[in-house]
Design a protein around this ligand. Structure first.
Ligand code: CP3
Length: 356
């Protein structure tokens, strides 16, 4: 058992030397774990699981029991917020999420704003249960989806291979899209502030589809909404570090960090590690970016991928994937990956004695 009292994730996010390299994984709770599938079956459905605080806390803790990671991420989903804003939502087996489409001014104006976050009290209860149960060295991460990404699900009515309607609405400067984004900014800030009040120590904003937009539209739909959420969070008294995961924006990552004030940027798997090391990490803490497929493949490709990331400076890097674990990920490959990362910490325990 690890009984360390310091939280390596918080140390890096606050600009201190961490006692070891912080590690956590997107979708670390999920279908690749037998115990997750069992708890999900007990809950009934994915949404029932999200709204059952005790079971949601249980699945959040499952990866913490198996792997020596430095953070737990609240178990919930980015689509719960549009649901309480008034958008019908269901998850269909094998098909992913289905939402009632929002693609007119009338539908956009009917969305609830900040007050909708009050309906997510089950999620705040999950956070409270978790903070009481987590080991002291494990930080608790809250999250929401970024307005652009959540808007794509609302406009398309679910997942979509190209998200053309939403991208065309942005291209045409559709006023109803502005209303959706604005409501999402208000509701997301209130939602994150409530997670922080309940015990989340850091929050991540997931902009999975940030890479959909060309240069000229990124400020309006990606940077500005994330910046406004963070400004509002500060006004609401939530002073925690924010990790921005603007997936797929490549060389626009430094501009994203500058424009929004995030403490760390999550990098997609295609981001060159040398660019992370020599350019990005000089400006902001970097998180990522192992390809989740490398963890499925295992063997030399996994080993090489991990070693490549271990060249990043420990005090500026949060080890993670470039996107979430997939259901077919073998647990033994996750164990192997953890062993490789922790072996480096054993080789180079950084200034541990000096700071303790
Ligand atoms: O462990 C964690 O990372 C925390 C929990 C978490 C989930 N979803 C659980 C989940 C988080 C942080 C998310 C974020 C999320 N949800 C994103 C952004 C990150 C990303 O993956 O790009 C998006 C786009 C969603 C929306 C969403 N939720 C989709 C498109 C799907 C269906 C696809 C799939 O994998 O089935 C989900 C369902 C979902 N969210 C699952 C989990 C564990 C699988 C549900 C199940 O048990 O069947």
């Amino acid at each position: 058992m690890n009984t360390h009292a310091r939280q390596a994730l918080m140390e890096v996010l606050e600009g201190r030397q961490p006692w070891r390299r912080p590690v956590w994984f997107m979708r670390q709770a999920g279908r690749y774990l037998d115990e997750y599938r069992a708890t999900r079956a007990e809950a009934g459905s994915f949404l029932d699981l999200c709204y059952n605080s005790e079971l949601a806390a249980e699945v959040t803790l499952q990866p913490i029991r198996r792997f020596d990671v430095d953070a737990a991420i609240l178990f919930a989903d980015i689509l719960l917020l549009p649901q309480v804003m008034g958008v019908g939502l269901r998850f269909e087996a094998g098909e992913g999420p289905k939402l009632e489409p929002v693609r007119s001014e009338q539908a956009a104006l009917a969305l609830r704003g900040a007050e909708a976050a009050e309906d997510l009290s089950a999620i705040y209860e999950t956070v409270r249960l978790l903070r009481a149960e987590l080991p002291a060295h494990v930080a608790l991460i809250g999250f929401c989806g970024a307005p652009w990404t959540v808007a794509t699900y609302m406009v398309e009515g679910g997942g979509s291979p190209e998200r053309l309607r939403t991208r065309m609405a942005a291209m045409r400067n559709a006023p109803w899209l502005d209303i959706i984004i604005e409501r999402l900014v208000e509701a997301s800030a209130a939602y994150l502030a409530a997670q922080v009040a309940a015990g989340a120590q850091v929050v991540q904003i997931f902009d999975t589809w940030a890479g959909d937009l060309p240069d000229g539209l990124r400020e309006k739909y990606v940077f500005a909404p994330v910046r406004r959420i963070i400004e509002r969070l500060r006004e609401l008294g939530a002073d925690v570090p924010v990790i921005g995961f603007a997936r797929g924006i490549g060389a626009a990552q430094p501009a994203f960090a500058q424009a929004t004030g995030v403490a760390a940027v999550g990098c997609e798997a295609s981001m060159p590690v040398d660019y992370m090391k020599d350019v990005l990490a000089r400006e902001v803490v970097v998180q990522g970016n192992l390809d989740p497929l490398a963890v499925i493949a295992g063997g030399a490709v996994l080993e090489e991928g991990v070693q490549r990331l271990l060249r990043l400076p420990k005090q500026r890097h949060i080890f993670n994937l470039g996107h979430g674990f997939r259901p077919e990920t073998p647990v033994e490959n996750v164990e192997r990956m953890m062993a490789l990362i922790r072996a480096e910490d054993e080789r180079q325990p950084e200034r541990l004695a000096a700071t303790e």
